[in-house]
Design a protein around this ligand. Structure first.
Ligand SMILES: [Zn+2]
Length: 469
């Protein structure tokens, strides 16, 4: 895919709210995997011939004859081609290609050296993996020195915070580079990259700018190691919600249920079957609701009307595809039912870190309502007592007989969320929507329950027998 066509296509996709491609190579690979030829036809792919497959016709004794055939048929081919007969000549040609290749208009990462004469090729033959008459010469990526003046942090669709180096612009491998992904905090610490550092950059695979290393001799005496948490002030740059990093993971994440950067994935989880079971709201609908500006957070679903939802365009502007009144009515009905779904489902729907299905059930056994959970003295107690067997030894916790699903990590995650501005906002909005999720399995002091009062007390259980024949 030519560079210019790639840039134009990406700009257009960006305008339409579609995901952009990282580079021409990814765009090409993604296009070739498409099953719909109509989509492939819209992408600006180009073709250059470089080898001969099945062929019937006059003999082509040399590579030159093959090139002449391509030219006479109007089939574009790789240019330039140099013909040489000495090793010095070959090295010179490779160096010239390396020097000029950034003006080609498409990405390249090497040159191919081939024997001209086809009969000589036959004599040379093949190894088990490749021909002996051709070899690829890969260029070393061009490296440049520049200054990293700041780090911005992007929030991905699933809440992952990705640090990006902001660089003084510098020409590398044919394009001006002013940003490079730093992947995650661990990567930054491994390379000990700091704000204000002079760094060496290159384009990995000739395409994606990367920081290779720091020029330590040029580091300022007062520079400090980089901390992503401190850098963003402990908040998501997109929504100012709390961020957290789980043990064993390298990425910091925004944990806010209402983070606009994560709207699509949060709506999907919110509506999923194990959560609030809003059938009809999956990836496509969530994507359309967000890109059309109808939803920024899952709670915005409750403001939708049947008419808006019915005329929601799931297709493109050129080829619209309406969601339809029938589907819309079903979704509105499911949303109505979601209002009174039990606390455990709501907790799972919010996608709070560490709170999976079973932790959500246990939390709803321990708390009667969401409001109670948000200020839970039980969770506060779990956090306070850090002994490994705290739940068995802490007198205050013993009566609750809390299972392993709820431990310090869950307690911390829940309390941090509801004590944050983002969490308080969720509670406020639920209040305004008149939604107050209540527990359907509330039985907090399990250890103190008088078992003799249970309906099956005193009855003997009928055992079943199993027998193998
Ligand atoms: Zn966020």
């Amino acid at each position: 895919m030519p560079n210019e066509a790639f840039a134009a296509m990406n700009a257009e996709r960006d305008e339409q709210g579609l995901a952009t491609f990282a580079n021409p190579r990814n765009a090409t690979a993604g296009t070739l995997k498409q099953l719909d030829p109509k989509i492939v036809a819209q992408r600006p792919l180009a073709f250059l011939a470089h080898g001969l497959g099945a062929y019937e016709g006059p003999e082509l004794p040399s590579e030159h004859d093959f090139h002449a055939l391509l030219d006479s048929l109007g089939i574009p081919r790789n240019q330039p081609v140099f013909t040489v007969s000495t090793l010095e000549g070959l090295l010179e040609s490779v160096a010239k290609i390396n020097h000029d290749r950034h003006d080609l208009g498409y990405g390249t990462d090497g040159a191919v050296v081939k024997v001209l004469d086809r009969r000589e090729r036959e004599q040379l033959g093949y190894t088990s993996r490749a021909p002996r008459w051709a070899a690829a010469y890969k260029f070393l990526p061009e490296q440049k020195e520049t200054r990293l003046h700041s780090v911005t942090v992007q929030v991905g669709r699933t809440g992952v915070l990705t640090p990006v180096a902001e660089l003084d612009p510098v020409l590398v491998s044919g394009t001006t580079v002013s940003r490079a992904t730093l992947h995650n905090e661990e990567e930054i610490q491994r390379k000990d990259i700091r704000l204000g550092d002079t760094v060496i950059i290159e384009k990995a695979g000739e395409i994606i700018p990367a920081v290779v290393k720091v020029v330590l001799e040029k580091r300022a005496a007062d520079s400090k190691p980089f901390s992503l948490f401190d850098h963003v002030g402990g908040q998501c740059p997109s929504c100012h919600g709390p961020i957290s990093k789980e043990e064993g993971f390298v990425a910091w994440r925004c944990t806010n249920f209402e983070c606009p950067a994560q709207a699509v994935s949060k709506i999907k989880q919110f509506a999923s079957r194990k959560a609030l079971d809003i059938e009809g709201v999956g990836e496509t609908v969530a994507e359309a609701l967000v890109s059309r500006g109808l939803c920024r957070t899952p709670l915005d679903l409750f403001a939708l009307t049947e008419a808006t939802l019915g005329s929601l365009n799931l297709g493109s502007d050129e080829e619209p595809r309406r969601f339809g009144e029938k589907n819309a009515a079903k979704v509105i009905e499911a949303l109505q039912q979601a209002r009174s779904k039990p606390l455990a489902r709501w907790l799972y729907a919010m996608g709070i870190r560490q709170v999976g299905e079973s932790a959500a059930k246990e939390l709803s056994r321990l708390h009667a309502t969401l409001g109670e959970l948000a200020q839970s003295p039980i969770l506060t107690e779990i956090l306070k007592d850090t002994r490994a067997d705290a739940k068995k030894k802490n007198e205050l916790l013993v009566p609750y007989a809390i299972t392993g699903d709820v431990g310090p990590a869950v307690a911390e995650s829940i309390l941090a969320f509801f004590q944050s501005e983002a969490g308080r906002h969720v509670l406020e909005r639920l209040g305004a929507l008149d939604i107050d999720p209540a527990s359907a399995n509330y039985l907090p002091k399990a250890a103190e329950v008088d078992l003799s009062a249970m309906p099956l007390a005193g009855k003997r259980a009928a055992g079943t027998q199993s027998r193998t024949v």
